[in-house]
Design a protein around this ligand. Structure first.
Ligand SMILES: [Fe+2]
Ligand SMILES: [Fe+2]
Length: 291
């Protein structure tokens, strides 16, 4: 970690971290992170460009979910305060804001033409997301947040499996992010457990019914955004119809898979009321994918 860049207010100047990064280097994140795309018939040059583009898209995706979490915490602050301290909430938000800055810097470094005015091109918060923020109960929201955060934890692990194909500044950001996300998962679960303890079992069960639809909704948002992004990439690189089809679905990344497994395991170790259905579906999904 480039410690000298750490300031007293717990933020990094990520623009400085990414400044010396050679964006034309081979890969930024090892190709095996996206197993479904490894089988594509793209030329080596297009594969490298796709790798950069996927890294860019990942930044948009992370910025999107972290903004959702911040907005949710701000909107429902008083209810969350019943189960987490003022200090924990402020720190959580401050850390997410700092992650957003990191991913924004990386996105801008990779595609200044797409990330104009530091705004996402493919995945911005829309009116449906605003509805989700306002009307989703704390139980499903924080369990979904925990799943999303769990899925980001393993990116450094995957990158460390092939350091030759990993960009050092990108790995630095991913390690920094994963380290802080671990404590967020603890807070998500604390809020969930606290809520369950203070309301009826019936109410908790009822609220948890919307966890699976919420995860499906979030997944559809990402899938649709990637569809748009992959069409853009295909046109930009002049890919054939066959090649465009090959990349239109990027499937589960390695860290998605590892995060899902970890989420399922945590539910086995410390079960949460109403979380079993999502765990069952995730397990089936991994099984169908042969994982
Ligand atoms: Fe984060
Ligand atoms: Fe987080």
């Amino acid at each position: 970690m480039t410690g000298k860049l750490e300031s007293a207010n717990h933020s990094y100047d990520w623009d400085l971290v990414f400044a010396p990064m050679d964006i034309f280097r081979k890969y930024l994140i090892p190709e095996h992170h996206w197993p479904a795309l490894q089988k594509s018939s793209l030329s080596i040059d297009d594969r490298i460009r796709l790798n950069h583009f996927l890294t860019y898209f990942m930044c948009e995706m992370f910025i999107h979910f972290e903004k959702l979490i911040i907005q949710y915490m701000q909107f429902h602050r008083n209810k969350i305060l019943l189960h987490a301290s003022e200090k924990q909430i402020d720190r959580f938000i401050q850390e997410e804001e700092s992650h957003i800055k990191g991913f924004e810097s990386l996105a801008f470094k990779l595609r200044p033409d797409l990330f104009t005015d530091r705004n996402p091109r493919f995945l911005a918060i829309n009116s449906s997301d605003q509805m989700v923020i306002r009307h989703t109960s704390m139980l499903p929201f924080f369990m979904m947040a925990a799943l999303f955060e769990e899925m980001t934890l393993f990116i450094p692990t995957v990158m460390e499996e092939n350091l030759d194909d990993s960009s050092a500044p990108v790995l630095e950001l991913m390690r920094y992010h994963a380290k802080e996300e671990k404590s967020h998962i603890g807070i998500d679960r604390k809020i969930v457990m606290g809520t369950i303890q203070t309301q009826s079992k019936l109410k908790s069960n009822w609220e948890m019914q919307s966890l699976l639809p919420l995860v499906v909704y979030s997944n559809l948002r990402v899938e649709n955004a990637w569809k748009k992004a992959s069409i853009f990439f295909s046109q930009e690189r002049g890919l054939t119809k066959k090649q465009s089809k090959e990349i239109v679905s990027k499937g589960l990344s390695k860290s998605d898979q590892m995060g899902m497994q970890s989420y399922i395991q945590k539910n086995i170790d410390k079960p949460i009321l109403g979380n079993g259905i999502l765990c069952f579906v995730l397990k089936q999904l991994l099984k169908w994918k042969g994982i």
